[in-house]
Write a protein that binds this ligand. Structure first.
Ligand SMILES: C[S@@+](CC[C@H](N)C(=O)[O-])C[C@H]1O[C@@H](n2cnc3c(N)ncnc32)[C@H](O)[C@@H]1O
Length: 345
């Protein structure tokens, strides 16, 4: 993200009465990295990406879904690309997330982003095809005792107790479709070593809402807890190395898809970032003078332009073809940001 007024402020209709609950709300017990995900997260991006893949690769393609977490993203993708000519492989590094993905049992709650999937919900016109696609792969199920531990207990009871008409349903992948959801252990850092499973082109790499975990971009935490990470990552070098690997592996016309989380777009400067490439938080459109969390840290240094955007655009290797909106947890202002990047070879 380039922090200039050219970033359009967008109109966004917030979901009604959204309680404070973040998807799965689970932390990896070893790394404490958040594993949160939910079905059809940032649907506009998912749909545009699936359409782009179908248009560019009518003969089929491989799709790598890195940072697939518990598999909800991989299932969402499969339901948007149901034809078996699209081979989707979900990868993650967290054993805890992979265990859930391999088990394939999920909860859907009322009053959440994916609550339109509940059997008794009335989806709007845009959501109806998603619900139909979802039920082609998933079915309602009764939970076994281990499935009751899928969610973080504190968040779960907080939500349940605050919402009088709270509904919770369990789903699983239908047994005849289980083989279509391919989940493996793997890091995006090894993307250059990926060997095709089929003779099809590598049409897409997803790495949504996870880049901050490989380069320590803990912006919201800094704002909310005034905590500045003790570790200093060279974000620019990490990201440039990653983009080189991506460029070497994706086939012509392929896409790279990132998340709509602010941490995929707005980056904290590190010790290595020269001053001329930085901007103070107080001088960005994200700064909210009325918010106490913001007022405490006006002089945090941020990258003027997202190092990911800079690396992708370097040498005209990628161009943005799809957008979403993002915002700071403590800010409220929504900005349009590129989430789908197409390779230009
Ligand atoms: C916040 S979750 C996002 C899940 C999903 N992509 C989404 O947007 O809903 C971040 C995930 O990234 C995974 N992750 C972190 N580093 C990774 C890496 N190097 N390669 C693959 N996955 C990674 C974590 O284990 C976690 O499951």
């Amino acid at each position: 993200m380039q922090i200039t007024p050219q970033y359009r402020k967008t109109q966004h209709t917030p979901k009604i009465n959204q309680p404070a609950f973040k998807g799965l709300m689970r932390l990896d017990p070893k790394t404490y990295a958040p594993l949160d995900s939910w079905f059809f997260r940032d649907y506009n991006t998912l749909k545009a990406a699936a359409d782009e893949i179908k248009y560019t690769f009518p003969q089929g393609a491989e799709v790598l879904d890195y940072a697939c977490s518990n598999g909800e993203e991989t299932i969402s993708l499969k339901s948007l690309l149901p034809d078996e000519k699209y081979k989707i492989i979900g990868y993650d590094t967290s054993e805890s997330a992979l265990k859930l993905a391999r088990r394939g049992v999920y909860t859907v709650f009322s009053h959440w982003h994916d609550s339109f999937l509940l059997p008794e919900a009335y989806p709007n016109r845009a959501e109806q095809p998603l619900k139909t696609g979802f039920y082609r792969i998933m079915e309602e199920t009764l939970p076994e005792p281990q499935d009751r531990l899928i969610n973080n207990k504190k968040s779960y009871f907080n939500l349940k107790n605050r919402l009088p008409g709270f509904i919770e349903s369990f789903f699983r992948i239908t047994p005849d479709k289980k083989d279509e959801i391919d989940i493996r252990r793997g890091s995006i850092g090894n993307l250059d070593k990926y060997r095709s499973q089929t003779s099809k082109p590598l049409g897409a790499v997803f790495f949504r809402n996870a880049l901050y975990q490989i380069c320590g971009n803990d912006l919201n935490e800094t704002l909310e807890q005034r905590k500045i990470s003790r570790f200093s990552y060279d974000k620019k070098a990490i990201i440039e190395d990653f983009v080189d690997k991506l460029y070497s592996r994706l086939d012509r016309g392929g896409i790279f898809v990132i998340g709509d989380h602010i941490k995929d777009h707005l980056f904290l400067a590190d010790k290595m970032t020269p001053d001329e490439e930085t901007i103070y938080f107080k001088d960005t459109p994200f700064f909210n003078r009325l918010d106490d969390r913001h007022k405490k840290v006006p002089f945090i240094r941020l990258f003027k332009e997202s190092p990911l955007k800079t690396a992708l655009e370097k040498g005209n290797r990628f161009t943005p073809v799809g957008y979403s909106t993002t915002h700071l947890v403590a800010g409220g202002k929504k900005m349009t940001v590129p989430t789908i990047w197409k390779i230009l070879k």
